[in-house]
Design a protein around this ligand. Structure first.
Ligand SMILES: O=P(O)(O)OC[C@H]1O[C@H](OP(=O)(O)OP(=O)(O)O)[C@H](O)[C@@H]1O
Ligand SMILES: Nc1ncnc2[nH]cnc12
Length: 180
């Protein structure tokens, strides 16, 4: 485990049986409210991308916004919001994805990127990977280049990061919770 992963993982609170029995909820609020951990979290992403000439950070509604905003600022990149359906006012592209029960949709403004823009897609956590995959499809439809999809937390037991790699995406996560 590297310098960033160890301390950030320790700052994440696990809430058992929330929102329903059997789920171990990885609560990031304890990272955000700890000034040292929050700075280290943003630094982990900045360190990874600072020399890659990233044009834009695409951040997923809602917890992805928290990481994406300071990262875009530090990289001198644009910030693009991938939103839950019905929140964006201009012309959009929509992508549906599977939830445990039913489906959800993410949406992106059609003019969010210029073709060929180098983009990092950011969220707080990868579980089944459905949200990240749907967002990736939207970005690719516009013709931007996804340099990497990245998140604070991977839950590899749920298979999302593997699924994303199988789609040809490079995946970075700061830490993971496996088998616990
Ligand atoms: O890999 P997946 O199985 O798609 O799950 C991961 C997604 O689920 C959570 O978001 P949620 O939809 O709960 O929204 P929130 O950020 O608004 O809380 C999390 O923030 C990721 O976006
Ligand atoms: N176990 C989990 N903890 C926090 N957010 C999640 N989103 C999906 N699964 C989650």
């Amino acid at each position: 485990m590297d310098y960033f992963a160890d301390s950030i993982k320790k700052a994440i609170r696990t809430v058992p049986d929330w929102p329903k029995p059997g789920v171990s909820f990885r609560d990031i609020t304890t990272v955000l409210q700890d000034r040292t951990a929050f700075r280290k979290l943003v630094d982990a992403f900045v360190h990874r991308y600072h020399d890659q000439k990233i044009d834009a950070i695409a951040a997923i509604d809602a917890r992805g916004f928290i990481i994406g905003s300071p990262l875009a600022y530090e990289l001198n990149a644009g910030l693009v919001l991938v939103r839950k359906k019905g929140k964006l006012p201009f012309d959009t592209l929509v992508e549906d994805y599977e939830l445990e029960y039913g489906t959800a949709s993410v949406e992106l403004h059609k003019d969010a990127f210029r073709p060929g823009d180098k983009v990092v897609l950011v969220d707080d956590l990868i579980a089944t990977g459905g949200t990240m995959l749907a967002a990736s499809r939207l970005i690719r439809q516009i013709g931007a280049e996804i340099v990497e999809v990245s998140a604070m937390i991977d839950l590899p037991d749920l298979g999302g990061s593997r699924k994303l790699r199988d789609e040809g995406l490079s995946v970075y996560t700061v830490c993971e919770f496996e088998g616990d």
